[in-house]
Design a protein around this ligand. Structure first.
Ligand code: AOF
Ligand code: ZN
Length: 356
């Protein structure tokens, strides 16, 4: 039975668009994941679309291209449709062509090329445009941050023993299976991963996502390794060429290792490699969400700069013989400096995840 478009329908279609966008949230590359629900003017859903994996085609295109242009339509989108010719033509075009008469959106696209132009273009085409507030205020938080800062959104994850040591009897893993799964979920949720020299040498880490079915979404790998300390075991460990940031002048090492790795030489600032240059380079590689995994030293490099957006500390219930007071101090100082942020403590079986 046909019904007027009331607030119930608006909320229902808009939330559905967000549920769709969530499905591809971590797999659209530098593009934000958008959800699109298409209805006729009597509130039947006639199509849906999501931004494709790797970002293209866009959600509106995926939802509308299969439809005829005979019936009048409404669309509900999580974000303002684009207005520019990028790698794809503007979505405002197909919206007009397919006889969409009303567009309901929740977020403005903060990308300066769009930023309200999508809405204006639709209005110029005599399409009604209206905003529906989303109950999820943070859906595009990471996207908006990286558009504005031109840095990736940075999440840090560090595993520790109960008494704040990052090592336990030389064991590679000392947190439980559920914590390891969480760590792999973070690798899926981020398009890039960074470790320091110590982790690289001691753990010989593979740094891929090993959750079944999600392996293909493993992050791009970056390593900070100032003096190019590399072992033969690293040569064929990675499926794709990984990038190593260094500050070495040793030409023979550079000549040897460049066959296996992308080497990027950076200047040292106060004896440390400049983290802001590292983040800028990772951004220019197309990465928008970076996971810094492991390494107190790496964390130390970043701690005074406000480059880390989110921290996860996983505490195992095991105790190491050498407790690390410096790690305890570092974590408390980071947490204290973020008083206003939401802090969370979750049990992962007998491990504890502390996030802020
Ligand atoms: C939309 N729908 O599903 C997404 C949009 O290079 P292009 O042509 O793919 O354009 C990329 C920009 O399009 C991206 O930076 C963002 O502003 C917007 N993303 N827009 O209409 C979508 N993902
Ligand atoms: Zn578009």
């Amino acid at each position: 039975m046909s019904q007027k478009l009331n607030n119930f329908y608006k909320k229902y279609f808009s939330e559905l668009a967000f549920s769709l966008a969530k499905l591809n949230k971590f797999t659209t590359g530098a593009n934000p994941s958008v959800g699109c629900v298409v209805t006729n003017l009597t509130n039947d859903i006639i199509s849906v679309g999501i931004t494709s994996i790797n970002g293209r085609p866009h959600a509106e295109h995926n939802a509308l291209s299969r439809l005829t242009s005979n019936t009048k339509k409404r669309i509900f989108v999580t974000m303002e449709p684009c207005s520019h010719f990028g790698k794809t033509p503007p979505c405002s075009r197909i919206i007009k062509k397919k006889k969409v008469k009303e567009v309901y959106y929740s977020y403005i696209d903060t990308n300066p090329i769009v930023n309200g132009n999508g809405i204006n273009q639709l209005k110029e085409k005599k399409i009604l445009v209206s905003r529906i507030n989303s109950s999820d205020k943070n859906f595009y938080k990471e996207y908006d941050y990286s558009v504005k800062s031109k840095f990736p959104y940075v999440t840090s994850k560090l595993a520790l023993t109960k008494n704040f040591s990052t090592i336990l009897n030389g064991k590679k893993y000392f947190t439980n299976n559920q914590s390891l799964k969480f760590a792999h979920l973070l690798r899926y949720m981020n398009d890039s991963i960074l470790v320091g020299k110590n982790t690289f040498l001691k753990d010989i880490p593979k740094l891929d996502c090993r959750l079944s079915g999600l392996e293909k979404f493993s992050p791009n790998i970056f390593v900070i390794n100032p003096d190019l300390s590399i072992r033969a075991k690293h040569y064929n460990l990675y499926k794709k060429k990984i990038t190593i940031f260094h500050a070495s002048n040793d030409l023979s090492k550079i000549k040897k290792y460049k066959n296996y790795f992308n080497l990027i030489k950076l200047k040292k600032l106060e004896n440390l490699i400049d983290v802001s240059s590292i983040l800028k380079i990772i951004y220019t590689h197309g990465c928008r969400r970076l996971l810094i995994e492991g390494g107190l030293k790496t964390l130390e490099c970043f701690k005074n700069k406000k480059y880390i957006n989110k921290y996860h500390f996983i505490f195992s219930n095991l105790t190491s013989i050498n407790s690390k007071l410096s790690a305890k101090q570092l974590i408390s100082s980071l947490a204290v400096n973020r008083l206003s942020r939401y802090k969370q403590s979750i049990n992962l079986l007998n491990d504890k995840l502390f996030s802020f």
